[in-house]
Write a protein that binds this ligand. Structure first.
Ligand code: ZN
Length: 170
């Protein structure tokens, strides 16, 4: 048996009907396969946001029409369909809500390396009108709505440039 076999489900003992059409196929093997893919992905019109994270600067977009400020940035305002302009924010804001995660989806190496539990926070950045979801590193801290937080930068290396930042208590 291969070491990839995680379980063997023997359902031959079950009381199938006498004329079991699938009688010869009742042994089910379940295996674990590992897949990895390497592909190019464009960060598109949001690219400047990520480029500036590497420069330790935090940018949102402001709608040229209605003035709504989006963080995360949106190249096109969904409210009035006007193009946006880049606007630098201080990177400080307030915790609006959060979730403590005890399991990691491990969607990339950055996420898989997170110590669990970790906190996914929704932060209203000063000068923005939308909530920015991201990691909040606040180990041992009692979280409350309105807690002042700020963007903390790191120099990587990271699998995805969004992990060049996280939130920490201000
Ligand atoms: Zn607008």
């Amino acid at each position: 048996m291969s070491d990839k076999v995680s379980s063997l489900i023997d359902i031959t003992e079950r009381d199938w009907s006498a004329d079991d059409f699938w009688e010869n196929f009742r042994q089910i093997e379940r295996i674990t396969l590992e897949l990895s893919q390497r592909y190019h992905y464009s960060l598109g019109k949001q690219s400047r946001f990520f480029i500036e994270l590497a420069n330790r600067r935090f940018f949102a977009t402001a709608c040229a029409g209605c003035g709504q400020v989006y963080a995360p940035p949106r190249p096109l305002c969904p409210a009035c369909l006007q193009p946006s302009e880049w606007r630098e924010l201080t990177g400080e804001g307030s915790l609006e809500t959060w979730s403590t995660l005890h399991f990691s989806p491990g969607t990339n190496a950055d996420v898989a390396a997170l110590q669990r539990p970790y906190v996914l926070a929704y932060v209203l950045l000063d000068g923005a009108d939308t909530l920015f979801p991201h990691l909040l590193r606040a180990e041992g801290l009692c979280l409350r709505r309105g807690l002042r937080v700020r963007v903390a930068y790191n120099d990587g290396p990271v699998s995805h440039p969004i992990h060049l930042m996280c939130f920490v208590p201000a």
